[in-house]
Ligand binder design. Structure first.
Ligand code: ZN
Length: 344
């Protein structure tokens, strides 16, 4: 039976719907990297992850709880593996653990050694997110230009019936346009919410069909996640979204190149609200405002599963908008920030 477990896009799981999935149970990656606007390319090292909530896995082969942290070949994180924030984010204590560094080989016998060596070699060839950003700065974006005081608010794991409508109400009140990264399976359940997002002037991006960790998928399954969601969205909104945000922000080099060849643009973020950890309003507000600069892409969530509580995000949003606007920032969609078309 399929279970859907939403996890946060960031490196942890966030539950979404699932019977047994314990929401936000997270696993391991607790670090999140928030990148600062400054120089992602310089500072990234691929070690952080950010959470975002994400969603689920419909495929039996994909564990609800997402990636086990221990031996991840990839940066555990997704996302942002980006540079460590200049300032510490507000994170709940339990989430503040640091991740254990990726293990590398440890062999006891000669034979094992060989095997481990091979594994290690394969792992070494796998580029971390920060390495990918450095190598393909135009294909994997974490932020926009710092010229002009523009900031993009983004909401992952939409749509749902509880939080997405509340976020939309607030955005409408302040006349702010944002970008929503949609999970295909959720769009099929709540098509009217997807249409509302578009009708109110926001932009839609592709956040996979069932929110798996892309780096655990074979190429065919990965492509299916993108294409199935694209078809679903096209039938609902009339265009094929150009923007893709991988669940947990994680993507392999081959997958990144595939998206580029097909005319997509992969966009992560450099400011993580950490809202998927169900932080309260002051924490969410602080995480955003302390790291946002001109060109920032802010990660928040508007969905995540029946046990996910995003009320901190909802309550923080008016303050975040008022504060940023008061500081002279213009809140724009990702296509406007990055100067790219919304469709392909
Ligand atoms: Zn997500």
């Amino acid at each position: 039976m399929l279970s859907i477990a939403l996890t946060s896009c960031s490196a942890q799981p966030h539950p979404h719907t699932t019977p047994q999935a314990s929401p936000w149970t997270s696993q391991g990656n607790s670090k999140q990297a928030q990148a600062s606007n400054d120089t992602p390319s310089t500072r990234n090292t691929g070690s952080t992850s950010s959470p975002h909530t994400r969603i689920e896995s419909l495929t039996p082969s994909i564990p609800d709880k997402v990636p086990a942290a221990p031996v991840k070949p990839t940066p555990e994180v997704h996302t942002e593996t980006v540079p460590a924030p200049a300032q510490q984010q507000v994170v709940p204590k339990k989430a503040a653990k640091t991740q254990a560094p990726p293990k590398t080989v440890s062999a006891k016998t000669g034979k094992q050694k060989q095997t481990n060596h091979t594994t290690a070699a394969a792992q070494n060839q796998r580029l971390t997110l920060s390495q990918l950003v450095k190598k393909y700065p135009q294909l994997l974006r974490l932020r926009g230009s710092s010229t002009g005081k523009k900031v993009a608010l983004t909401f992952d794991d939409a749509p749902d019936l509880k939080f997405t409508p509340q976020v939309l109400d607030i955005l409408k009140k302040y006349h702010v346009q944002a970008t929503f990264f949609i999970v295909g399976s959720q769009a099929e359940k709540h098509p009217e919410v997807v249409k509302r997002i578009v009708n109110e002037g926001h932009v839609i991006g592709n956040h996979s069909y069932s929110h798996p960790l892309f780096t655990k998928l074979d190429e065919q399954s990965f492509q299916h996640q993108i294409l199935q969601t694209q078809d679903t969205l096209h039938s609902l909104i009339g265009y094929r979204p150009r923007l893709i945000r991988p669940p947990y922000g994680e993507i392999s080099e081959n997958q990144l190149l595939w998206t580029s060849d097909r005319g997509y643009l992969v966009v992560n973020w450099n400011v993580d609200s950490m809202d998927w950890k169900q932080l309260n309003e002051p924490q969410v507000t602080s995480n955003i405002l302390h790291h946002t600069k001109a060109g920032s892409i802010v990660l928040q969530h508007s969905g995540g599963g029946s046990t996910q509580d995003l009320s901190g995000t909802v309550r923080a949003l008016p303050h975040v908008i008022e504060k940023l606007q008061g500081q002279g920032y213009r809140l724009v969609t990702l296509p406007e920030l990055l100067n790219v078309p919304k469709g392909k």
